[in-house]
Design a protein around this ligand. Structure first.
Ligand code: G3I
Length: 318
């Protein structure tokens, strides 16, 4: 059954995966699934600041270009990830004065977005990533501490100047349900829109964990953002389990995967769903949450799991 991309396309949605360069280049089994099941790609690491400008003004695009070339050859679109983030950003940026940091941000955005601006495959960007704390304040990152909140609007303006056609997104985690953090994001997007800041979309990472339950009112939350006049998208979906997984946890994981897809389908402005990887062989989860894992839709041997069927079924596929 499948592929997922056919079922998603029948609902006018993309289904995406986060691409890791090494297996995409070196493993036929990985490449086969990556290029046939999905219609959209996000680079898991290759387009981040440390991957593109680890040294000031020395830009490196080989890994990002490899992912874009694979996408182009397989009729997939690419979502750029990510321009301004507190993580995976080199030390030389973090120690700059306010004036120099703003200039470095503008230079980075204009170079990285500009590199792919004329490539029709690269259609959107996460301009700022994870700018909130869990209570609904701004995260006290080096960006915020040095520049104040204005770095957010500036980043969007610089990105628009670098590629007038790209869709520009804000992206975060733990904002899938209605809560203090998602409400802070809602208020910021509303404010940016009313000031004419060029923001087009909101990304909901959707790193879920069975032990924490499903986000409350996800569909309603996506809809309130859509009502501000932006598109919404699921950007980094996975559903982790405390190992060893039992049958109840697997069943909950399947339900969560299906519910995320259904929430997106229920909101006209939701453009699609990206899974953060696809095989449990390559996932950030065990590194960050020791003892947890099995969060993706293929097992470590590249066999589709029941979560694959849950995603396919939710898209209405057979
Ligand atoms: O590139 C180096 C390599 O040279 C070195 O040998 C190796 C040794 O550990 O590390 C490699 O870098 C790692 C990098 O992934 C590439 O594999 C980093 O240590 C590792 O920390 C990094 O993890 C990534 C993480 O972001 C870092 O913040 C994960 O792969 C990636 O899945 C994860 O993705 C984030 C999204 O960008 C934003 N939202 C949350 C999501 C999960 O944390």
């Amino acid at each position: 059954a499948g592929p997922l991309r056919a079922a998603a396309a029948a609902k006018s949605r993309f289904i995406g995966y986060a691409a890791a360069n090494s297996p995409l280049a070196n493993e036929a089994a990985y490449r086969s699934i990556a290029t046939t099941e999905f219609s959209q790609v996000t680079a898991e690491n290759a387009m981040k600041w440390d991957g593109t400008e680890n040294v000031d003004n020395a830009f490196t695009y080989a890994n990002g270009d490899a992912i874009v070339a694979s996408a182009a050859a397989n009729n997939q679109v690419v979502h750029g990830h990510t321009l301004v983030w507190h993580s995976q950003t080199p030390g030389w940026v973090q120690g700059l004065s306010a004036t120099a940091m703003r200039a470095a941000m503008q230079d980075h955005i204009s170079n990285v977005v500009g590199h792919w601006a004329n490539n029709p495959v690269v259609q959107s960007w996460d301009v700022v990533n994870e700018v909130f704390d869990e209570n609904g304040g701004m995260r006290t990152s080096f960006w915020y501490n040095t520049l104040g909140q204005s770095f957010v609007a500036d980043a969007f303006r610089y990105a628009r100047a670098a590629d007038p056609d790209a869709k520009l997104c804000i992206n975060d985690y733990n904002v899938e349900g209605i809560n203090a953090k998602s409400t802070a994001m809602y208020n910021l997007v509303s404010s940016l829109k009313s000031q004419g800041v060029p923001i087009d979309c909101v990304g909901f990472q959707t790193h879920l964990a069975v032990q924490y339950g499903f986000p409350s009112q996800m569909q309603q939350n996506l809809q309130r953002f859509a009502d501000l006049g932006v598109t919404v998208r699921i950007t980094e979906l996975d559903v982790r389990i405390e190992l060893p997984a039992d049958s109840n946890e697997i069943a909950a994981q399947n339900t969560y995967y299906g519910n995320v897809v259904k929430a997106c389908l229920a909101v006209t402005a939701c453009t699609g769903v990206t899974i953060w990887g696809f095989t449990d062989k390559y996932s950030w989860i065990p590194d960050t949450f020791p003892g947890q894992g099995q969060g993706l839709i293929y097992d470590t041997n590249y066999s589709p799991k029941s979560a694959y069927t849950a995603v396919l079924d939710a898209f209405g596929g057979a």
